[in-house]
Design a protein around this ligand. Sequence first.
Ligand code: AMP
Length: 280
Amino acid sequence: VRAVASSAELAAATTAARKAGRLVGFHPTMGALHAGHRANLAHARREVGLLVASIFVNPLQFGPREDLATYPRDLDADLGICAAEGVDLVFVPSEREMWPRPPGVRLCVGDLAQRLEGVYRPGHFDGVATVVAKLFNLVGPCRAYFGEKDAQQLAVVRRMVADLGFPQVIVACPTVREPDGLALSSRNAYLSAGQRRAAPVLHRALEAGLTAWRDGERDPAAVERVAVKLVETEPAVELQYLALVEPDGFTPPATAEAGQVLAVAASLGAVRLIDNLVLR
Ligand code: AMP
């Protein structure tokens, strides 16, 4: 696997690949790669000619009181994983390379960014959209892979591509979970043993809401209530939101229907976790 730190080298490699008729695939990450990233890379590997991953902990998407400084970083392990998954090129820019000065032009996401995650992380999705736009411009036309685990981020990227005419094709990758249901996240490493035992309640709660819907419950508030009750059995888990939303705008639906997203966020001490399930 070839690691490059320069934007120009990245752009040259993807341009050459497209010229040679190869389909380019791109998986942007913040590193600390786990089996979720691996599955996404493996998925992409089966579909494209040149597979590019990026590893960049983007300061624009962290709030002032968030975990930018302590976000896990392990470049050697990440490059090993990329090699094992058949990645051709890993873009590992320094902060100076990506943002030599604070960008004076940024993307601003509308109502979609004000809901759920946006309430707890003001400015987060503007930072995500801005860095994804820059990465998309460097990589050029490609298939770009994003995890359903970050459902609202996926919706923001889809909206950005649709509204601004980006040439990338967005591919959604299913959430990879631990055997007990906990969604894999780089932040899981920071859970204490007790928090780790408590954390799967989030997935069990979403499953309970899903089951209620499958059993015929169509009142969104009732579906949410079933799930909230389960989270409340776990004192180590402090619920931030648990809501059924429309998949595109993340607005509250009048009735619970297939395709809607049951999304949750909670803090376990200093660790903030999110998860979701799609009604189907
Ligand atoms: P991150 O490095 O956490 O910014 O994530 C990079 C990409 O991997 C994003 O598109 C995430 O949605 C995706 N991802 C993170 N966790 C998982 C997971 N458990 N399963 C599948 N994809 C994931």
